[in-house]
Design a protein around this ligand. Structure first.
Ligand code: Q46
Ligand code: ZN
Length: 313
C-alpha cells in the first residue's frame, strides 16, 4: 500500500478513512488531527493550563507528547496506585513516566495514593469491597477524586485524559446496553466544568487504539506494554473484544457508532442536562462537589481506613 500524501511505502492503513500513510506523514497527520479535534470540540485554548493524567501507557504519554508538540501548556499528573504484584505494574509505569518527562523537560506531578489515604488501591479495595469484586470501582473513585483535587489545588482549568476510540466505544456500548441515561449524557469529548470540578477533555477519542500504539511506537515513546493486571477479564475488556470482532468484519463500525452517538447527543436525543443532573453540594470533608447528603465517597473511604485502625492517616 502507498502513502496517500507522498506515494512512499505506507506503514499504516486506516480503512475507515480509506487512508494509508508512511511513517513521516503519519507522525505529522495524527497531531494535526488532534489539534483539529481540540478546536472542533472547543476543548481548551492556548492560554489555558492543561493537566494531563498520565499512566505510563501509550495513550496518555502520546497525548502529552502531542499537546507539547502542538504548543499547549500541558503538565503531567501521575497517580501511583500501588498495584505491583507479579509485574511491578505501578513502579514500572512510574519509572517510564518519569523518564519520559525528564527527557523532554516537562513538569510532572506525582501523587501517591498510599500517602494520601493510608492504603494502596488493592488494600483499599480489600477494605471496602471485602474481596467481592475487582478493585476497579474503588480505583476509579480514587483516581477521579485525586485528579480533581490536584487540578483544583494547582490551578489547572482543564484535565485531559488519553481515552481512545476503543475505550470510548466500549463505555458507550456498556451504557447503551443498560440505557444509562445519566452516563450517556455525560459521555463525550468534553465534560464542562462545574463549580469545584475542572473541565474534562479527551483529545484522542476519535483515534483507534492501534493508531495510538502505532504513533507511540513510530515516535519512539517508551511505554508500559502490560495492562494493569486487574484489567484482565473486566467487562470493558469483554466489550472491547466484541467490538473488535465487529470491526474486523465491518471496518469503521466503532468510529461510526461513536460519531453517530455524538450527533444524537447533540440533537438532544437523550435529555436535557438539567433533567438528570443531580443536585451537588460541597463535601464537608474535602470541599469537592458531591451528590451525597454528607461526606463524598472518597472521604467515606478514608473514614473506613481511619476506623479500621491500622494505619497511616
Ligand atoms: S488501573 Fe485501576 Fe484500571 Fe487497574 S485497578 Fe482497574 S481501574 S484496571 S484503568
Ligand atoms: Zn470529600
Amino acid at each position: 500500500m502507498k502513502c496517500r500524501k507522498c506515494g512512499g511505502k505506507a506503514v499504516i492503513n486506516m480503512p475507515q478513512h480509506h487512508l494509508g500513510l508512511c511513517k513521516d506523514d503519519y507522525l505529522a497527520w495524527l497531531p494535526e488531527q488532534t489539534g483539529r479535534f481540540i478546536e472542533k470540540y472547543a476543548m481548551f485554548g492556548r492560554e489555558e493550563k492543561v493537566l494531563v493524567a498520565v499512566s505510563g501507557g501509550k495513550d496518555s504519554l502520546a497525548l502529552w507528547e502531542i499537546l507539547h508538540r502542538l504548543g499547549y501548556q500541558a503538565d503531567g499528573l501521575y497517580l501511583c496506585l500501588g498495584i505491583d504484584g507479579g509485574i511491578a505494574y505501578s513502579s514500572e509505569s512510574q519509572r517510564l513516566t518519569e523518564q519520559f518527562a525528564a527527557a523532554r523537560g516537562l513538569q510532572l506531578h506525582i501523587v501517591n495514593v498510599e500517602a494520601e489515604t493510608g492504603r494502596t488501591i488493592p488494600e483499599l479495595a480489600r477494605l471496602s469491597l471485602r474481596g467481592r469484586s475487582k478493585p476497579c470501582s474503588v480505583c476509579g473513585l480514587v483516581k477521579r477524586h485525586e485528579m480533581n483535587r490536584v487540578a483544583r489545588d494547582l490551578g489547572y482549568n482543564v484535565l485531559a485524559t488519553g481515552h481512545n476510540l476503543d475505550d470510548e466505544a466500549a463505555v458507550l456500548f456498556g451504557n447503551t446496553l443498560t440505557w444509562s441515561r445519566e452516563y450517556l449524557l455525560r459521555q463525550g469529548p468534553v465534560l464542562p466544568a462545574i463549580p469545584g470540578l475542572a473541565r474534562k477533555v479527551k483529545p484522542l477519542c476519535r483515534f483507534y487504539e492501534r493508531e495510538m500504539a502505532a504513533y507511540a511506537l513510530l515516535r519512539g515513546i517508551e511505554y508500559i506494554y502490560e495492562e494493569c493486571p486487574h484489567a484482565l477479564g473486566s467487562t470493558s475488556t469483554y466489550y472491547k473484544e466484541v467490538l473488535n470482532r465487529m470491526e474486523h468484519e465491518r471496518p469503521g463500525v466503532k468510529l461510526r457508532f461513536y460519531l453517530a452517538f455524538l450527533d444524537a447527543h447533540k440533537s438532544g436525543l437523550f435529555a436535557r442536562q438539567e433533567d438528570v443532573q443531580p443536585s451537588l453540594n460541597p463535601c464537608p470533608g474535602c470541599g469537592q462537589p458531591t451528590s451525597a447528603p454528607g461526606l463524598c465517597s472518597f472521604c467515606r473511604l478514608k473514614e473506613k481506613v481511619r476506623s479500621s485502625g491500622e494505619a497511616g492517616l
